[in-house]
Design a protein. Structure first.
Length: 147
């Protein structure tokens, strides 16, 4: 993965991250936010994957259902955020819309993916921290804004 700082003004930073063939998206992005100590950010990306796993949150079961994607797909949209997890680590949350050869689309929470040939990410870091807290209704760690 290549990265470059694009802007740094009043504590807000923008980065370009370029992933190459074979790079795993979640681990590459996690390594970047850990290294740069990013605690609040949003990002978007386009590119393509050789394979992926999407997740769908089943509300009744309170668990994620896996949706394996075993074909080359276009990343029509990938958006997400970074926040501090309840344990203090950096938490990634991203959703993807993946386009198949026939023009149909798959969508869901991105669990894993391998890039082919590129993924172009623009990440904008905020100077304020975002924190996740355990939500008892869903069983998930969700961003909670403090007053």
């Amino acid at each position: 993965m290549q990265s470059r700082l694009l802007a740094d003004s009043a504590g807000q930073k923008s980065f370009a991250l370029i992933l190459d063939t074979g790079d795993e998206v979640m681990s590459s992005l996690q390594d970047f936010v850990d290294r740069e100590k990013v605690s609040a950010a949003q990002f978007s990306a386009i590119g393509a994957f050789s394979d992926a796993v999407l997740n769908y949150f089943d509300w009744e079961k309170k668990e994620y259902l896996r949706i394996p994607v075993t074909e080359q797909v276009e990343v029509a949209s990938l958006i997400g955020d970074v926040a501090l997890a309840p344990d203090g680590g950096r938490s990634l949350h991203m959703h993807a819309v993946l386009g198949r050869r026939d023009g149909t689309a798959l969508a869901g929470h991105l669990a894993e993916a391998h890039v082919r040939p590129t993924l172009e990410i623009i990440l904008t870091e905020s100077p304020e921290h975002l924190r996740k807290r355990h939500d008892p209704r869903s069983g998930l760690a969700l961003i909670k804004l403090q007053e």
